[in-house]
Write a protein that binds this ligand. Structure first.
Ligand code: ADP
Length: 218
């Protein structure tokens, strides 16, 4: 895997998005709002995305969930260790998923959970929004102390059996990827528009209320 996100490759991928990234070909995604929920593993972004999706009737798009449905052995192996998958692979899977979804639905909004996850993916995401005239209206950053996150993940692993939740080693790797790749992306978004950091130590309802409050004011 190309860990350094070779710029030439990404430029080519941006060309790919320009050419093939039109999700529905009908322009009826124009001005559809979308939000990003981001944060470290175990911060609760998946749970919050489901609550917001129900409340707003917006589509929940989780790249983790999309990738977990893959039968590809390499994808399964990489996810198990907690490392991030290659940007092009994730981008292609995401576009294919959104295309398929838009064939059968008229979305009112999108919640991106776990995407983008680094600076290169942020550029790709911006390109996808530009090509499809989607409007990023908010970035929510759920943040919390590492010991709390670890406790939550290991507990979830006991119940769900998710391969990357079961081992401490995979958790450490996910935290490392988060600190090295995702945090710089989050920091780059902090001053770029509507951005709210929320403490993941709050209870579920309090976190959702804060998100709903912001979305209702848009
Ligand atoms: P969590 O938020 O707890 O880390 P996810 O379900 O969002 O869990 O992701 C699980 C795994 O899927 C990640 O550790 C990574 O291997 C892969 N993955 C998900 N989204 C991305 C992405 N945008 N880019 C690269 N890899 C991803």
């Amino acid at each position: 895997m190309d860990k350094n996100n070779n710029p030439k490759k990404i430029n080519n991928f941006k060309e790919f998005v320009k050419e093939f990234g039109d999700i529905d070909g009908k322009e009826n995604l124009e001005d559809i709002p979308c939000i990003i929920l981001t944060g470290p593993p175990g911060c609760g972004k998946g749970t919050q995305s489901k609550i917001i999706s129900k409340g707003m009737r917006w589509k929940h798009v989780s790249t983790g969930d999309i990738l977990r449905t893959s039968d590809d052995k390499d994808i399964k192996k990489m996810m198990k260790t907690g490392e991030l998958l290659p940007d092009e692979l994730v981008g292609k899977e995401l576009i294919a998923y959104l295309k398929d979804y838009s064939k059968h639905h008229d979305p009112r909004g999108f919640i991106f959970d776990g995407y983008p996850r680094n600076l290169a993916q942020r550029d790709i995401f911006e390109e996808i929004c530009r090509v499809n005239k989607l409007k990023l209206v908010y970035v929510f950053f759920l943040n919390g102390p590492e010991d709390l996150l670890k406790k939550r993940i290991i507990n979830r692993g006991k119940l769900s059996g998710r391969s990357d939740d079961k081992s401490e080693k995979a958790f450490e790797k996910r935290m490392e990827e988060y600190n090295e790749q995702t945090l710089p992306m989050i920091e780059s978004m902090r001053n770029g528009g509507n951005f709210l950091e929320i403490s993941a130590t709050k209870n579920l309802e309090d976190v959702s209320s804060l998100i709903f409050k912001e979305l209702n004011e848009i």
